[in-house]
Design a protein around this ligand. Sequence first.
Ligand code: ATP
Length: 637
Amino acid sequence: MSWVDDEPQTESTQRRTTRSSLPTYVPPNLRNSVTGRNVFVKPFGFTTDSSDRFNRAVSSRGRGRGRDGGRGRGRGGGRGRGRGQGKFWVPSGEANYGSNTKENTDPFDIVEKFDELEVFEDTLINFDAYEDIPVETSGFDIPPPVSSFAEIDLGKALSDNIGRCRYVKPTPIQKYAIPIALAGRDLMACAQTGSGKTAAFCFPIISGILRDNTMTPVPKWGVKVACPRALILSPTRELSCQIHEEAKKFAYQTGVKVVVVYGGSSIDQQLRCLEQGVDILVATPGRLVDMIERARVSLQKVKYLALDEADRMLDMGFERQIRKIVEQMEMPPPGARQTMLFSATFPTDIQKLASDFLSNYIFLTVGRVGSSTDLIDQRVEFVSDMDKRNYLKSLLNAQWANGTHGKALTLVFVETKKGADALEQWLYKNGFSSTAIHGDKIQMERERALRSFKTGVTPILVATDVAARGLDIPHVAHVINFDLPKNIDDYVHRIGRTGRAGKSGLATAFFSDKNIPLAKALFKLMQEANQEVPPWLTQFAEYYGSDDDGGRQGNRYGGNKFGSHDIRNDARVMSGNYCYSSQYGDSVAPANSYVANTYVAPYCADYAAPASSNFSAASSQSYGRVHDESDFTDGWD
Ligand SMILES: Nc1ncnc2c1ncn2[C@@H]1O[C@H](COP(=O)(O)OP(=O)(O)OP(=O)(O)O)[C@@H](O)[C@H]1O
């Protein structure tokens, strides 16, 4: 949150009032009553105008649902009517909603869950949630972490802006990453979703540009070729816009100019912005390549390169484009520029590819790599594909009954673009105020959908993976994986849209037969995050799981208690060298620095691109995750 996003103070009063009069549990058979649905809840942060619109929508939808005839399913009887054979008890979708570990579990205890989550409280970041978080660093000459912003010399203007953003103290990733980046070191950093990675790379970049005193003066007549000092790449348009907004706040009144370019909107307008001068360019890869090829952007002066969602940027969807930008478009080479890679997940195969872009880098993990945060309460229900819609309806009804619908946002992930449209329409017909976002919508529709969701006008957003990464939307209290992703890392990013900045969140997954390949990875992830794992999932994991499950190659869980590790350790073990690593920041790096290539080389040779850097899709495919690039799936721009 920042000083720009302040919400009306009156809201908290209203929330308290609403909470104290929360309806109690409504049995499934009564859940569809019009009374339950017509509870007016003013969405947060609204003008009177939009609240009225919301109110009208609720009223009219309420009527619609009344006609729909109350088929919400509750805790079905018939446990044990398993359709699994042999020793499995596999719950049937019909009879076992809420078939978690507890006997006769009520799936609608989501009502109580929302109560516990305190989703109504608009607190600042809860730092206690990040105490005792495991931290691991490896590499040589690791700068020590700080415990406050005051310990770091970021310059007065930037420090003032940090205060304006109400960032009182750094998050753990910021404590470690900022000093490393300020020391000019390359960095591969992995920290849990919602833990403040954006600021961790923006602060050192802005501070570095200010320190170098290399800001672009406002050109008199406009410059035809923009030469940014820093480049920040991200996989989706919305995420690039979000980073741009954040970076602008951090750079406020510093003189550092931040510009964003992304596909789907007017290139002329973006070119005009660039003509006003740019220090930090935030971009999606496709539009950037276009601008470089038109000779409107030059990367020759790039001193800072940051890849947000770096593992996504280097997997099959993007890797060739990123290699082209970084290796073939005049950007200074590793060592001559500073490169920072950030993500919440870093599969080992992607780490290997990433090391091509880095020089003598420090590997930093805060929290368990690729793990979800403990702040997210994860639930998984066995629901057959046929029953998913009705189950979703029941969950949403439970939220309505609790009065949370409209105040807490619900993000529903589906697999395909068509599926997103279909579910949105179905929800609409069933009286739920919802919207959808996916890659087939024009940019204006995408932005409208996101805005209407963020402001609570349509408190349900149906999304493909295009909304899975990076988006920081306050008040997302519930993420529903209507269709589970094929890959466990995608699951981690999706559920990470809730439980951000120290707040709690709830994630519900609908697990069907199709998701059996994900069972083991999901089981391990939930176990790691101290979640209650339903017995049927444990059984699936035991009987069907393999070690490199979850759609990825390489075992993320092996060999390291945090779930992942610096792959250079493996290389050095193989070559008889050892990597210096420290846990919890008690770094004992040796005095002598080493040349990165001495240990990167042994495996780089196997994975690096040919001299021409014309890295083939085939080679990428064998190390990265394989995406279905059909018209239906989604996830990057
Ligand atoms: N030091 C801080 N104090 C208070 N709030 C903070 C601080 N750092 C970041 N935040 C807030 O925390 C939220 C999450 O930050 P951010 O979006 O950078 O997370 P992230 O780690 O990049 O998440 P993801 O992995 O999903 O991309 C944002 O709303 C941001 O403003």
